[in-house]
Write a protein that binds this ligand. Sequence first.
Ligand code: SAH
Length: 319
Amino acid sequence: MARANAAYYATHDPFADFTTAPEISQVFGELIGAWATIVWEQMGRPASLALIEAGPGRGTLMQDARRATARIAPQFHAAARVHFIENSARLRREQAMRVPDAAWHAALDTVPTGPAIVVANEFLDALPIRQFEYDGGAWCERYVEDGAFELLPAERPVRAPRHSEAGSVVEVAEAGCAWVTRLAKRLARHGGAALILDYGPGEFSSGDSLQALRDGRPADPLCEAGSADLTAHVPFMELAETVRAAGARAWGPLPQGIFLTRLGLWQRVGMLARANPLNAEAINEAAHRLAAPSRMGYLFKAFVITPVSAAAPPGFEAV
Ligand code: SAH
């Protein structure tokens, strides 16, 4: 999955296959800029900090966030240095057009240590997962051989649901949990907060969530590796456990619609609509797509990592 996605992102325009929240409405990135500003104030307004985005895609979220902070929070804007974690050369070129003063990294480890605010939208769902299948007697791991799944005895214990039947699938987001562990340790030690937005359940669950999109349509994940975008649901409850085990605090997951509404989505949308009456309908429709429970408002979740002693991050006060 890791190799297939690296090949896919290196050779394809992913936005021909799927659309993400920052590409739907400028308000998404603007609200995240406002969120980061408040977090910076809660941190005691450090004179310099890293504003890190993992998997920035076209760079649209950060471009919108930076435009907003330049206007509403010039001191925060000046204190923050943008660092992008991206391994696709093709997407790095797109990002440089929108955020020319960013620094690029292949992984979190090379971003200079110190206080940091981290954002990751639809990043963790692209990281590889492991899948385990119950064959009726024992748990096996799914491997890929000649374009098909092959079951081999599981080499690690599987957290199995109580009533598993032959064919039941359990996923382990090993790479995502490892990434979150490194991030949580860094934040616990040097201060800051991370905002992770992605799709996945808000409770412990099991089942096969591996999906492939090729040419904008659902496809067989095993067919022509590297030609389709592979994703899996992000297991937020497991991530929360991982964060706590790493010595940091987890907030959420909170449905995206509630999170954005608490940050002022509808106030900002109202302002934009009044300023652009000819586009008011499209501006409102885009916000509904992000926030309505039947669209992206419920399946997508907001999840925050902070040091244990930090105040509630914006949007999470009432949780
Ligand atoms: N956040 C963007 C793009 C989401 S697509 C948006 O919301 O529009 C996933 C992004 O993660 C792409 O930029 C992809 O190149 C990047 N990515 C995927 N796997 C990665 C990895 N292992 N390391 C670094 N970047 C990765």
